[in-house]
Ligand binder design. Structure first.
Ligand code: UFG
Length: 322
């Protein structure tokens, strides 16, 4: 089976490529390297290109018969999406539609889409199941939800099968230490904490300690990047086995506050981690915790690295690589 991984040079995409290659799939990566890293793709065919270039896409899908596509190429910063919505709708929605149109034209049958907890907006109940109301509160979340709805319509009209995986907080790194998070600028909590532990930052700023949570800081559901990737494989296999289009929430179902994450990082690293308290970051819900029963039951997904200390230990191994 040959899988096209769009955005395979990025954080989650590169872990996915490694897993697919390990499991014996043929893999082609398409990435424009706007945020990804060429050296994160080691053992797969690499094509430099952008989803905007429809000709490149058509050419690629004409020359290679793909059995499925995984799509990781999106911008991911909520705050930036508020300041620059055009950038987000163009990249995350319009370019995705280009890809889907070429898939339909070339009869590529299966699509796995990287969606997000941000489609739910401010949660009305916790944990968040698949049927929770979708009321995204920023262009990032709205764009992802638009694509989810587009996918339903493309299935009805054109028979394109898809599974949307709604990530909660992707974290951690390749247990073998070859890959990890390399965002520039880094905005995610765990890598920032570990940079502070490693002396690459003076401190970590906690965005708000007056939330309605036990210790006043935001609660999130951190899921190991490899566990996310395993879910992608199960999803693709489900479609290949004749399963219908679907969407799943992906988290461990355990919420940790920012303070708890810092405390766990102190234990894992054995380092002092200086903390400062700052203002709330606009658009941050107090709690985001997944109900992932459906993906466990329907796809047989089971996280291997559910423990927060293990997630942080793998990220620390990456942070301290020589
Ligand atoms: N946080 C801090 N200080 C920092 C960075 C983050 O206190 O320097 C806090 C945030 O306020 C939040 C938590 O740590 O409460 C986690 O923040 P991240 O930025 O790591 O992750 P988010 O929950 O904001 O974002 C995740 C994904 C995004 C996605 C979003 C959707 O990483 O890509 O969920 O809700 F858009």
């Amino acid at each position: 089976m040959h899988v096209l991984v769009v955005g395979g040079a990025g954080y989650i995409g590169s872990h996915m490529v490694k897993l697919l290659v390990q499991r014996g799939f043929e893999v082609t990566v398409l990435d424009n390297l706007s945020t990804g890293h060429r050296d994160s793709v080691r053992e797969a065919r690499f094509v430099l290109g952008d989803l905007f270039e429809r000709d490149t896409l058509e050419d690629l899908c004409r020359k290679t018969c793909f059995d499925g596509v995984m799509h990781f190429a999106s911008y991911i910063q909520v705050g930036e999406s508020v300041r620059e919505p055009a950038k987000y709708y163009r990249n995350n929605v319009f370019k995705t539609q280009n890809l889907l149109d070429v898939m339909v034209a070339r009869r590529v049958p299966c699509f796995i889409f990287s969606s997000t907890a941000a489609i739910f907006g401010e949660p009305v109940r916790i944990p968040i199941g698949e049927d929770h109301p979708k009321q995204p509160i920023n262009p990032y979340g709205r764009g992802k939800w638009m694509v989810e709805q587009m996918l339903e319509d493309y299935d009805t009209a054109y028979g394109l099968k898809s599974i949307c995986l709604r990530y909660f907080n992707a974290a951690g790194a390749d247990p073998e230490g070859e890959l990890g998070e390399r965002h520039n600028p880094e905005t995610h909590l765990i890598p920032l904490i570990l940079q502070a532990a490693n002396g690459r930052r003076s401190h970590i700023t906690v965005f708000g300690n007056d939330y309605d949570t036990p210790d006043g800081t935001c609660i999130r559901d951190y899921i190991h990047v490899n566990d996310l990737c395993e879910a992608h494989l199960l999803a693709l296999q489900r479609l290949w086995d004749g399963g219908g289009s679907s969407a799943y929430n992906l988290g461990n179902g355990n919420g940790f506050s920012v303070r708890e994450v810092i405390e766990t990082a102190r234990t894992v690293t054995g380092r002092d981690i200086p903390v400062q308290y700052g203002e709330r970051r606009p658009g941050d819900p107090a709690r985001l915790v997944a109900d992932s029963q459906r993906v466990r039951v329907e796809l047989g997904w089971k996280p291997r690295y559910a423990d927060l200390a293990t997630i942080i230990a793998h990220a620390w191994q990456w942070e301290t690589r020589s």
